[in-house]
Write a protein that binds this ligand. Structure first.
Ligand code: FAD
Length: 419
């Protein structure tokens, strides 16, 4: 066993949430130790997700607007915060073409109700931009968010028979790989961050007014004492909260969802990105490097668990290790299903298949209008003394929550007399 070392702030999990907190604290002159089980930061959900920076328009079935407005708040500060962490270098940002939202015949929300929701989000967005000149959406200040797509425009790219309505939107995704490469470089060169790769956390306990964290690493078992701990371990977050007696806020749900990255046919490289709403459908993200992110829920959702942590056998896919025959079959299914409504996608050449875990609270699936999955407003940082458990909820909100977590850490430091 390594000798037990003492650190000030220990950040567990180097996805966008943990990395963001460490970089934000570095900006404020506070040193952190950042731990991850993988060799590199941003190797899990923050890399293997769709990358949509949510304006809130997808959350039309949370009639309280709580989810939509929280995502909008995250989206409107996302690029400003990332660019500050990157010391002004904007090259972390590679944007997709804007999304078209396509309304399925069996959508759980009607086109009319969707239009109302989009108008409410747009109004809120306009108000936010007017009140706060420093806000932007991925470098722009859009004057509109969604407008109806006439049937003849819908038919230019899509199988019009498959839909009962459509909207052109200002929403975009980012290329998560470009972001991950930039953030990894930044973390590794930041003198106020000590990154400990390949260190798996096994246990957290309180010890007096400190915390003791143990795990396994390349040199065997390790143990650290910390004044403050950030739990940003995403699909393992609830497990470690439980070790400290903090229960989940409801029925924990972990879903394993695969993605296919594929090369687009030349003629589709400027085609719109698309999201089919609202139910168990899918997305196409047209990225600037000629590739697309493809996801089709009925084929790509391969795991469902209410356990406090996901099953061990989901692990390899979340690290990017997927057996080739399985990857080929899954890609074939996803391409065929999407080609039925987005003609041409079937000609894509699959390049990569991997998966991520979606962490949420709920029991029934997204095609149930009453499912708790439609309400994602109960996310963010939960502080108990010097322990901060952060549910990023979405990539979109991780930078916003990083700032809030850094504020709390500073408050606790002040209360401890600056330690
Ligand atoms: C398929 C899919 C699609 C999504 N699409 C979108 C989208 O379009 N837009 C959006 O805004 N959000 C989306 N999300 C959600 C988004 O990806 C997550 O909210 C976000 O990336 C999570 O960031 P994180 O830093 O909390 O977690 P992660 O990026 O997973 O980071 C957690 C880190 O903790 C480490 N870790 C875990 N356990 C341990 C341990 N025991 N010891 C040491 N290290 C550990 C992991 O290795 C990992 O690096 C999607 C998620 C998935 C899975």
């Amino acid at each position: 066993m390594h000798q037990e070392r003492e650190v000030g702030v220990l950040v567990l999990g180097a996805g966008l949430q943990g990395v963001g907190i460490a970089l934000e604290l570095a900006e404020r002159g506070i040193a952190t130790t950042l731990i991850d089980q993988d060799e590199l930061p941003l190797n899990r959900a923050s890399l293997r997700n769709e990358g949509k920076i949510h304006l809130g328009i997808i959350y039309a079935n949370d009639r309280s607007m709580g989810t939509a407005f929280l995502q909008l708040d995250g989206a409107l500060c996302f690029s400003r915060i990332l660019t500050r962490w990157m010391r002004g270098d904007p090259t972390w940002l590679a944007k997709s073409t804007p999304f078209h939202y396509l309304v399925a015949a069996d959508s759980i929300v009607t086109p009319e109700a969707l239009a109302e929701h989009y108008a409410a989000v747009e109004e809120r967005c306009r108000a936010r931009l007017a009140e706060q000149p420093e806000l932007d959406y991925l470098g722009e200040r859009p004057s509109w968010l969604a407008m109806p797509l006439p049937p003849e425009s819908l038919a230019v790219h899509f199988d019009a028979e498959s839909f009962i309505g459509g909207f052109e939107t200002a929403e975009c995704a980012i290329d998560t790989e470009v972001m991950a490469l930039a953030l990894r470089r930044r973390v590794l060169e930041e003198p106020l961050i000590t990154f400990m790769p390949s260190h798996e956390v096994r246990a957290i306990a309180r010890s007096g007014d400190q915390f003791s964290v143990e795990g396994d690493g390349p040199q065997g078992p390790w143990s650290l004492r910390a004044l403050q701990v950030v739990n940003a371990m995403w699909e393992q977050r609830l497990r470690f909260d439980q070790q400290l007696g903090i229960p989940p806020a409801g029925d924990a749900l972990h879903r394993l969802k695969y993605r296919v990255i594929a090369r687009l046919p030349e003629r589709m490289r400027a085609a719109p990105s698309a999201t089919m709403v609202l139910g168990r459908f899918g997305d196409v993200v047209v990225r600037p490097n000629g590739t697309a992110y493809l996801s089709w829920y009925p084929s790509a959702l391969r795991g469902w668990s209410h356990d406090i942590q996901p099953p061990q056998d989901w692990e390899p896919a979340c690290r990017g290790e997927v057996p080739a025959p399985f990857a080929r079959q899954l890609a074939k299914e996803v391409l065929a299903a999407i080609d039925a409504w987005y003609p041409g996608i079937g000609e894509c050449v699959p390049l990569q298949v991997d998966a991520g875990v979606i962490v949420a609270i709920g029991r029934s699936d997204v095609d149930d209008a009453a499912s708790a999955l439609h309400d994602r407003s109960h996310i963010g940082v939960n502080t108990q003394g010097g322990y901060h458990s952060v549910d990023s909820g979405k990539l979109t909100t991780a930078p916003l929550f990083a700032l809030q977590t850094a504020d709390r850490i500073e408050d606790v430091r002040r209360a401890m007399g600056g330690r």
